[in-house]
Design a binder for this molecule. Sequence first.
Ligand SMILES: [Zn+2]
Length: 325
Amino acid sequence: MVRKRIPDHDFRNIMRGMFDPLAAQAHHSALRSISRVVEETTAPMEEGAALEGVVKLLEAGSVLAVTGAGVSTDSGIPDYRSPRGSLNQGRPMTYQEFRFDPVASHRYWARSFVGWRVMADAQPNRTHYALVELERAGLLTGMVTQNVDGLHRRAGSENLVALHGDLATIVCLQCGHREARELLDARLDHLNPGYFDSIALDPAAVNPDGDVTLDDHHVQRFTMAGCARCGSVLLKPDVVYFGEPVPSIRKTRVAQLLDGADAVVVAGSSLAVMSGYRIVIEAQRAGKPVAVINGGPGRADHRVDILWRTRVGPAFDQILDALDL
Ligand SMILES: [Zn+2]
């Protein structure tokens, strides 16, 4: 597995803040995971055969859909690992930085205060709605998304597990209090009048976790708000960051969805992150066929039954047409 060099300006801050060797180890392991580059290993199938294969799986009526960042790029949210992906502009925070590095955490919240407005304006696209149609037609037993943008939920998908959480909720790392992001945003807006309007933002520079790049002087003049219950500024989006495990209740729900499915269709994910890749491994262990529809190479390409290299939006148009939906 190849790894690319990623920007890591925060290294000294992290090491200063991180006295716990286990936390430091988890942080480094998270950085390794972030920098994983998925290389081309397998020639994709001919398009007609791939479409036919996916349609057959869906017609059987018991498919678990697994989605990733490639489903949301048509909503204006960039992915991490494509050539124009946001890993080339910076890297996501690790859990350990939220917990132990106040400088990095402050910078995140300044950037996220700006970036979240772009995320909040993003609308579901035709792929999100196509998946709702497939569910309503009884062809999906459920969906697992790795995305944290909430767009499947807003499009109307029902039997949905947001594996990595949702940016619309925040959690206090001090007292565990959860609250809606809008409420924190209102406090931040009050503490930082005119801040958003003072920044010329390129929407394409927003990461999938709602983070943007901001100059240091903007970061320094940002005032962070505290937890509504305990006042701590140790706040984090209720999203599974690198270096943090997926909550076991969600793993259980994914296992149940997989148990109830006869096949898995992955859309818009390179499966570079283990929590997604594991679903494919488990499906195949249970003898269930797996299809991947994705615009670039993926980690499971060499082992899946159907490999369709295409833009996800047009692919789902074709799938709905073929199914007369
Ligand atoms: Zn708190």
